[in-house]
Design a protein around this ligand. Structure first.
Ligand SMILES: Cc1ncc(COP(=O)(O)O)c(C=O)c1O
Length: 421
């Protein structure tokens, strides 16, 4: 964007901000965005971009959905936030009740935090303390290659070592047990034997269900989740499922675990939970987990409590987001998006640098053979009027679930023409 079109606030603040995952010395300057609406972002120079990512998959209902905005405005006038220690608020309790009803099985207890990473940290702490409260000391987690669960020190210890930046932080992050996801029944049987043998040290197995998002949008079948559930049951190890990306219709069901018919011991939710409007996350636990913390002994209580937990504005946004998932046919929209992505990304298969095209629910992926120039695609997409951020060796779409067929075609056609250019 030409200097003259950059707003004053950009000039004033840009030298004082630290951007995520960015080499601040060499990175191209970020674009100033001044407005969001539906699936469109407006830049400071007036250009509009059709958004193919929905703010890291959070804006499931499109930006500025009036129902969500109204709920936040109403809550704002009453009470934006009050501490959750010793006090509770109506939006948080209503949200917990609704999630307990929506989630499979007896995932009945919600711990409401702010970010996805923190909800995973909470699930991990619950798992460790669950065993401590039963008189067992177990400190390890089994995690899988390709998985991503956050950037905090605890969650980095259960990310894929490449993704989790283990090479930098290896000395400070916990040394957990990295495995490959079982792909066959024979591998699942081996995994079960391994888990049973080492169960005395392992608090939980943790995975993303069906889609390894940040790991490269890799898909795997529901059977694998069934195998993990039964391996954990046989070994007496807890199962944490991280639905921060997959939850709320993204893979074609409300929650991805539904496709496997399993109930994890803890499930983590964020992103679309609050419709991309407010930071909010939930770790929901089953009754037997919650019950293990009940005691006359205060040290058996869950020792976690972020200042902004159960944020009333965030919970109001989440309740409004759940209203929309209930009232509007998001699953029907995902089915249509899935078909359109399949149809319209298929021609990319014939492009010389394309290795794979895959689609699951409202996730469309074009994987490249040679990704050495992947960063050069970013400005090309902006010039073409779309917001698409390729990473690793993939160009992907995770649009708002409310995107129109016309806007989705703009995204798919731009991917084809840019990769073909
Ligand atoms: C599966 C998964 N887990 C955890 C996280 C971390 O969430 P947050 O960025 O809100 O901390 C993400 C974020 O992309 C994610 O996709």
């Amino acid at each position: 964007m030409p200097e003259t079109q950059l707003p004053d606030w950009y000039h004033d603040g840009i030298d004082h901000i630290w951007l995520p995952y960015t080499q601040m010395q060499t990175a191209k300057p970020p674009l100033p965005v001044i407005k969001s609406d539906g699936v469109r972002l407006t830049l400071a120079d007036g250009r509009e971009l059709v958004d193919g990512i929905a703010s890291w998959w959070a804006a499931a209902h499109g930006y500025n959905h009036p129902h969500v905005l109204k709920a936040v405005e109403t809550q704002l006038k009453e009470m934006p936030h009050v501490m959750f220690g010793g006090l509770v608020n109506e939006p948080a309790l209503r949200l917990s009740k609704r999630l307990a009803a929506m989630l499979p099985g007896d995932l009945d207890r919600c711990f409401i935090a702010e970010s996805g990473s923190v909800s995973v940290e909470v699930a991990m702490k619950m798992a460790v303390q669950y065993f401590l409260n039963k008189g067992e000391s177990r400190s390890k987690f089994v995690h899988f290659r390709g998985c991503y669960h956050g950037d905090t020190l605890g969650t980095m210890g259960v990310c894929d070592p490449e993704e989790g930046m283990h090479n930098l932080f290896g000395d400070v992050i916990a040394d957990n047990i990295l495995c490959d996801l079982p792909r066959t029944e024979a591998e699942a049987a081996k995994f079960t034997i391994f888990l049973k043998k080492n169960a005395h040290t392992i608090a939980a197995v943790i995975t993303e269900p069906l889609v390894l998002g940040a790991g490269g949008m890799i898909f795997y079948p529901p059977e694998t989740l069934k195998w993990l559930r039964s391996a954990c049951d046989e070994a007496g190890v807890l199962l944490i499922i991280d639905e921060i990306f997959t939850g709320f219709c993204r893979t074609g069901t409300m929650f991805a675990v539904e496709q496997a018919g399993i109930v994890p011991d803890m499930i983590t939710l964020s992103k679309a939970l609050s419709g991309g409007v407010s930071p909010l996350s939930v770790c929901a636990a089953r009754d037997h987990i919650f019950d293990a913390f009940l005691s006359e002994d205060p040290t058996k209580a869950l020792m976690h409590g972020p200042t902004y937990m159960a944020h009333a504005l965030g919970c109001a946004a989440a309740n409004a987001s759940l209203d929309l998932f209930e009232r509007e046919d998001r699953l029907g929209q995902v089915a249509k998006i899935e078909q359109q992505l399949k149809d319209e990304l298929a021609p990319c298969r014939d492009l010389p640098n394309v290795k794979d095209v895959r689609v699951k629910g409202a996730i469309g992926v074009v994987q490249l053979h040679d990704a050495s120039n992947i960063d050069a695609l970013k400005p090309k997409f902006v010039d073409a009027g779309v917001w698409i951020r390729p990473f690793r060796d993939i160009v992907y779409l995770t649009p708002s679930l409310t995107i129109s067929a016309e806007d989705l075609s703009i995204l798919t056609n731009t991917i084809f023409s840019t990769l073909n250019g």
